[in-house]
Write a protein that binds this ligand. Sequence first.
Ligand code: PMP
Length: 419
Amino acid sequence: MSSDPRETHRGPSSQGSRIDPYVDAYAARAQGMVASEVRALFAVASRPEVVSLAGGMPNVSALPTDDIGEIVRRVVTEQGPTALQYGSAQGDPLLRERICEVMELEGIDAVADDVIVTVGSQQALDLVTRVFVDPGDVVLAEAPTYVTAINTFAAYQARVEHVAMDDEGVIPEALEERLGRLRSAGQRVKFFYTVPTFHNPAGVTLSPQRRVRVMEICRRFGLLVLEDNPYGLLRYEGEPVRALRADSPDNVIYLGSFSKTLSPGFRIGWALAPAAVRDKLVLAAESAMLSHSSFNQLVVGRYLAEYPWQEQIKDFNEMYRRRRDAMLGALEALMPEGVTWTRPQGGFFVWVTLPEGIDSKSMLPRAVGERVAYVPGTGFFAGDDGHRNMRLSFCYPDPDQIREGVRRLVGVIKGEITL
Ligand code: PMP
């Protein structure tokens, strides 16, 4: 490998020289922009012979494409002049009304005026970070946390501090202790980023008792909470929980998305924020992209108005429940002693902990050689952690493929144990 610092990390398809002549010209923040391990893995995992338990892609083949096609046709023929024109940076008002109805399912009472449509919830993460974070500011996040959130925070030169979690989600005492320590050290904490329901990558859900405790602690420390909830409606068992935002309208920015309950192809998510914050987010969105795709918003708005979308989510949940059961059943039946894993009630992910001495990252090439892929745990931490962990997702392969993937993975792990 070259030791030239100008060598870039481009994908296998890039042409020409790998020397980057602009290396001295980039802003300091660009140094925090690095390709995620998940992304680098996609090329390998998408080979047909590999069972990918790696990616978090929703199974869009279950969608009613004929009905969506009819909606698209009518948006063009009946609403063409609006659909094909610029819109606003806050987003279509009727879509924002519908979004409020979606949020009602998790106990949120909101008005359309406080909602801003975003390009997936990923753009909302970017806008919130842009509006709040100066270089060196601390952002708190669960340990582990969503990999692309880490990348976004790094791109704005935030310092990510992790807070421990267990099977019931983030541990309130750990949060309180960390906040106390940061306050004594004079550190500025900008917000607590959390995925409280069906966590990515841990698969766990913050219990109702802890929700109350966590919000009480954050209120006491005057801390803003960034609640990222793309999976909340994908529940396969157990009682629904109220969103954190439902009972704390003043110190929570709530992020939602249609990527998992409809399709990531529309790239429509949203943020619900206190009014002053919302104004800043709209201004930031305006400078980022002027306006949204009017067309996509009208299609999704019509889908929500005219299609039985709650029934569609029930169908998704049936399908994903079978896949989750296939994965948990196979893990239970085949995994050797010393391996543990979480048991998600919804969402897409299972978080596996391997016995001492096994490194999930160095094991990955052997796994791919055995035609199974996963995401090593290290990518989900800002620091050096997660070596004994891996994220398995059950959203995309069918139940038979999942069982076969777990069987192959178990073979690889057993090989590591006897090495
Ligand atoms: N947050 C979490 C926790 C996610 O898992 C994802 C998607 N993988 C996102 C945000 C971004 O989703 P989107 O931009 O498609 O709404």
